[in-house]
Design a protein around this ligand. Sequence first.
Ligand SMILES: Nc1ncnc2c1ncn2[C@@H]1O[C@H](COP(=O)(O)OP(=O)(O)OP(=O)(O)O)[C@@H](O)[C@H]1O
Length: 459
Amino acid sequence: MENIWLEAQANLKHVLTEQTYTTWIEPLKFLGATADTVVLEVPSSFFQKWVTDKYLAMIKEVLSAITSKTYHIEFHVAEAKPELPEPRTEKEPKAKGKEKDKEKEGEKEKEKEKDKKPELVPNLNPKYTFESFVSGPSNQFAYAASQAVANKPASNYNPLFIYGGVGLGKTHLVNAIGNQILAKNPKAKICYYSSEKFMNEMINSLRYKKMDEFRNKFRKMDLLLIDDIQFMAGKEATQEEFFHTFNALYESHKQIVVTSDKFPKDIPGLEERLRSRFEWGLIADIQPPGVETKVAILKKKSDMHAVNLPDDVALFLAEGATSNIRELEGMLIRLEAFASLTGKEITLSMAREVMKDIIVEKTRDISVEMIQKMVADHFRIKLSELKSDKRIKTLVVPRQIAIYICRELTKASYPEIGEKFGGKDHSTIIHSVKKIEKQLAADADLKATVEDIKKRLFT
Ligand SMILES: Nc1ncnc2c1ncn2[C@@H]1O[C@H](COP(=O)(O)OP(=O)(O)OP(=O)(O)O)[C@@H](O)[C@H]1O
């Protein structure tokens, strides 16, 4: 739930001015949550009143957009101890008198009932499931591998190593594995940890001489999910500890899933013995999604939020966003918040207005000429050849790629692009765009080339 709160804060950051966000939203600290209430810490009662008056509705809105549930928000002024439900593992204080005993008995029964029900491990994010994940050409492999692991843990693909750029769905997929295994076997011991959290906990355990506890906790897991392993790079003691945890789990045929932003070999400062272990299993990548997948994700998310997102708006957002899905989601939340706060339907013109600082900034800065130069440099051909009519393959492909990127990243119309490519007819331009679009779905190398050129245009 804490992750959800952090995500809600990130979304509010998009909607509010920086000053409002830093003054009123950033200081709200997540204290805990029950099934329907989120408890936040505020620095003072005045602060609480102000936030309640001005931002409570928006906070609830954003939380419900993320979770598809309505939450109450409880505020606790700093230092006033919140009355969160006791964690079930902690011992109840002894009750005095018979009445109290009876009450306690009743509660214990209820607790037992709860124990019977499948319950999500607290550190898995319940909304990250396979059902809520959109698979497309860019993530198909990692998606299929994750499903295979969830269906048959610790058999063929152990460890599973998923790598890909920021915000492309790695955390979502590993949580989906955990959630699916847990749904089938509510007693499965599953642990999702970022490698940073693993390291911090290890340091604390060392400090308080609780290393045995730390080790045992991980080594009795059926499924260990470690996110962003690249943070362990250069942290020798952490890697050492993780190495032993890995071995212990692997030898007892327990599943391990690791994510990273890079291929194991490309993580600097990762010890050879860990790297080679990651290569024992299956390494699956997630590539940046194409426009179609981005549209499908937006459609799915807006359906989940019960918001009507017209196709043209979805396409506008998908074309305007970078490949980071988190950024794409942020745009959607911003648009949804705007529509909900103004009581208006989402339309393309509204989207243009709401996104003007984000999307236009990006497209405005990139010109046809910049793209032509970048593509010509990339393929080591002359600009004049790129714009020419010569039909040899070494020129046709770069030309079509350049045209495709112009269409994607600039506001130039088909005839305008044709004009800048040596006076070509607009039908030639449409043909080039369609051709690349079609090939992108099937050709991973082409996709990587296009993404690489686009990335360099933005940096
Ligand atoms: N294919 C997808 N379908 C639906 N949602 C997706 C998809 N890919 C990513 N998302 C959403 O995008 C957001 C970012 O994804 P996630 O946190 O899993 O990315 P990540 O690759 O782990 O990023 P980081 O490198 O920052 O850790 C999440 O809200 C996730 O649900």
